[in-house]
Design a protein. Structure first.
Length: 94
């Protein structure tokens, strides 16, 4: 197995959807907003992958400048705020 030698920090995350929200989550992610993808690149987020298994979301990304810098950049963008708001009703926050 060949290891990825690109620079940066890998980050993994797990989120939980509300029961039955998977199909709507998939529809939303089938067409991620181009402006959001652009901002992810500007934030230094690369190799971003998301998998869904039932109501469990597992993701992985590489950040060029660390997760703290990428998160701060994205949190300050209007497109990230709008994207998050559009999906918030799908997630189990208990």
């Amino acid at each position: 197995m060949k290891r990825d030698s690109a620079p940066g920090e890998y980050v993994q995350f797990v989120y939980y959807l509300k029961p039955g929200a998977g199909p709507e989550y998939d529809r939303c992610h089938a067409e991620v907003w181009p402006e959001l993808i652009e901002k992810l690149g500007e934030a230094g987020i690369e190799d971003y992958r998301i998998w869904r298994h039932g109501d469990v979301i597992v993701g992985r990304m590489r950040t060029r400048n660390g997760i703290a810098a990428a998160s701060a950049f994205m949190a300050a963008t209007e497109v990230q705020k709008a994207w998050t708001a559009s999906l918030l009703h799908l997630f189990d926050r208990s």
